[in-house]
Design a binder for this molecule. Structure first.
Ligand code: ASP
Length: 471
């Protein structure tokens, strides 16, 4: 729209006639005059329609909340006694000279004037496009962008390249159940949606990219719990020729930068972030993601810590796990390397319960924010990990041939980490769950209530895919 002024900039146009466009926020009819607030992506302003502009005032009497208007008006300084220095445009108001209705709106199905916590979440998710109009959700989604932007700028300065990896990928045993996509062109075969870009990012290290990152969508078909989503976003990164200290130092500095630049009201409890071994965390705090906050009432206190020295293997006990119950399985990532002193134990497959990985988890206020490790870049070590888990060498050669071949063709030592980006945003925004910082999250049953998915598909589509549904 030509010559449109954003509401936040109105203070620069006092005494001038300008155009704004946006939504009617609230409206107060006062007989001959109509007061209403207009809202755009940048803020709100009070508009007043006076009897001397009869046509505009007639229209102003008709308008309702959430109607979309283009308004021509005069920016006036408010009388001294009406100035509110604490809000945007608290010292100006817009005297309306013309109203053009761009779109009418039915009465909103949910109240948008509050923070929304009091509204049933199902209603909010069904009408998410409305729900996102509320001030709190606008703030969350825009701040999410700001954090992502800071991360991108920071890593760019550090020499990283952002690289997209495929969404249509291959089913591999990575810890959780895969989401599967049937192939039409190759009937009976399936893609899997990535649980993480783990293998691609390691292949990128084989490619000589050296410093990779990505804001990556990850899909895991797990039973949903509290703050889990079937698809979520990771800040994923991988670096070549690094050791544990390099990865931890870079990530620590990046987290501190995010807080200092974008959340200056928050206080980081301890810098450098304390480090705790898995053993100590379990013994002292009964958890491998201890909440170290000295004052749990303080909403702005951030207690980061690193947990290190995890056991590499544990006995499988979880239904989500590809390994049978009672067999050895990896605790975090089959691609991790051991701490160097356990390298021979791994190759010789002995002392298994005591082998420690060089994995590092970053914890914030009792939440696991992320985790990563320095990887095995030698084929023998990767094969040994799988052998300990009862997977035969031939099977690994068959299933992970591309990893092994890459490792046999000059892959540098490398390591990385991934953060749960939604979880970070939830904590920074003091939200109770990650759905509050995701534009279109699934509900607790994995359903998208806005578009109503998953949904049935037609017989023709099924036939093309060669799929027959059981009862
Ligand atoms: N891919 C791992 C995960 O999703 C993170 C990492 O080790 O980089 O947990």
């Amino acid at each position: 729209m030509q010559n449109r002024i954003y509401i936040k900039d109105l203070k620069d146009y006092v005494g001038k006639e300008i155009i704004i466009a946006g939504w009617v926020d609230i409206r107060r009819d006062q007989g001959k005059m109509v007061f209403f607030d207009m809202r755009d992506m940048s803020g709100k302003v009070q508009c007043v329609s006076l009897p001397n502009h009869a046509e505009a005032t007639e229209k102003a009497k008709e308008i309702r909340p959430e109607w979309v208007l283009k308004i021509i008006g005069l920016v006036n300084k408010r009388p001294e006694k009406n100035i509110n220095p604490n809000v945007l445009n608290g010292d100006v108001e817009l005297e309306v000279t013309n109203i053009e209705v761009l779109n009418k709106a039915e009465t909103p199905a949910i109240d948008l004037s509050t923070n929304g916590y009091e509204i049933g979440e199902e209603h909010r998710l069904e009408k998410r496009y409305l729900d996102l109009r509320r001030e709190r959700m606008q703030k969350n989604i825009r701040n999410r962008h700001k954090v992502a932007k800071l991360i991108r700028d920071y890593l760019n300065k550090e020499g990283f390249t952002e690289i997209e990896t495929p969404i249509l990928s291959r089913s591999t045993a990575e810890g959780a159940r895969d989401f599967i996509v049937p192939s039409r062109l190759d009937q009976g075969k399936f893609y899997a949606l990535p649980q993480a870009p783990q293998q691609y990012k390691q292949l990128l290290m084989a490619s000589g990219m050296e410093k990779y990152f990505q804001m990556a969508k990850c899909m895991r078909d797990e039973d949903l719990r509290g703050d889990r989503q079937p698809e979520f976003t990771q800040l994923d990164m991988e670096m070549s020729f690094v050791d544990r200290e390099d990865v931890m130092a870079l990530n620590e500095a990046l987290l501190i930068e995010i807080v200092k630049k974008l959340y200056p009201d928050k206080e980081i409890q301890e810098i450098p972030f304390p480090r705790i071994s898995y053993k100590e965390a379990m013994e002292k705090h009964g958890s491998d993601r201890p909440d170290l906050r000295k004052d749990k009432e303080n909403k702005n206190l951030l207690a980061f810590c690193w947990v290190i020295d995890f056991p590499f293997f544990e006995k499988a006990d979880d239904k989500n796990n590809p390994q049978a119950e009672g067999e050895w399985t990896f605790t975090h990532n089959p691609f991790s390397a051991t701490k160097s002193e356990f390298h021979d134990d791994l190759l010789n497959k002995k002392n298994i319960p005591n082998i420690l990985t060089n994995q590092y988890d970053i914890i914030l206020n009792g939440f696991e924010l992320g985790g990563g490790s320095i990887r095995n870049h030698e084929p023998e070590a990767l094969l040994a990990v799988y052998e300990i888990m009862g997977v035969k060498k031939e099977e690994v050669e068959k299933n992970l041939f591309y990893m092994l071949e890459a490792f046999r063709s000059g892959t540098p030592p490398h390591g990385g980490i991934a953060w749960g980006f939604d979880r970070l945003m939830m904590l920074l925004e003091n939200e109770p769950n990650i759905r509050e910082v995701i534009a279109f999250p699934k509900n607790g049953e994995g359903k998208d209530l806005t578009m109503k998915s998953p949904s049935e598909i037609g017989v023709k589509q099924l036939k093309e895919l060669g799929i027959k549904l059981g009862k």
